[in-house]
Design a protein around this ligand. Sequence first.
Ligand code: AHG
Ligand code: MN
Ligand code: MN
Length: 333
Amino acid sequence: MKPLPSTLTRHIIRSQAAHPGATGEFSLLMAQIGLVGKMIANDLRRAGLVNILGTTGGTNVQGEAVKKLDEIANESFLKVFQYSGLVCALVSEEMEKPVHLPENWPTGKYMLLFDPLDGSSNTDVNMPLGTIFSILRHDGKGLPTEAEMIRKGTKQEAAGYIMYGSSTMLVFTAGHGVHGFTLDPEIGEYYLSHENIQIPSRGRVYAVNEGNAKKWPECTRKFVEYLKASDKQTGRPYAGRYSGCLVADVHRMLLGGGLYLYPAEVDKPEGKLRLLYEANPLAMVVEQAGGKASTGTMRILDVEAKSLHQRVPLVIGSRDDVTLAEDFMLGVR
Ligand code: AHG
Ligand code: MN
Ligand code: MN
């Protein structure tokens, strides 16, 4: 009899065995994130059938229109984690303040920061979407204060994303490489399909919303023009691929190489993406796979976090491609 290929459950039990002091809480936390992924994937699959497409009419803390599915995905996290006893704080793109956990209920040592539904403009057009999560650890007594949740990216315990594409994948790192699991929807189990992912040191693809080019500083425009110029020796022009979903674009780069940018704009130097639950977790994943993540001028994981919903410019992907972008943005080229 052939054994099953490794499942998420088996993988986390095995990794736990490699850490003698482990209590098993982290393993449970990862399994519960897998469950949230199944719930969201299920809602996305049925969205067009049960009238949960479109917007709620409200706006979130970022002033962006909230999609019904943004709210549903956020609620899935709350339903699974509020009474799980595994976390002591939940921070989400969709909630201005960290959620209050029920009183007189056990809490765990982990803080979970997440973007429940990334790329939500894709919901109504049947395109890929994602979920991004960052896991921090609270070592102090009692519940953490908001200030204790605002940490720089190097302080993450683990991070990852779920991608809802033609299949659902969970990709994460706990600081020892990056592993990808594909959901078998028939039996509801994730199988290890991509072990120890290594991002190519250079790619030939770039992802950026080029409709914003006129808002970029000159150095960024010059860099993107460089990528588009023909040069056989350096493998240019690069191909442009932009899905409107950061997770899907970063996933493409992680497997095939290249870079994703949401750069600073002259009138919006802070960029668009959020540091704590978009840039930091993806930066940890990409660095663990041998890639690089930068603001354009410094390493993302070294950015001092000041507020929960802080934004940051992001250039992420293959090491050499991101370094090249930095050379342009720092004016070295
Ligand atoms: P979210 O749906 O969580 O707000 O994130 C959207 C992000 C990201 O996924 C995507 O790459 C980018 O914003 C798209 O923004 P533009 O429409 O400005 O290109
Ligand atoms: Mn997002
Ligand atoms: Mn979102």
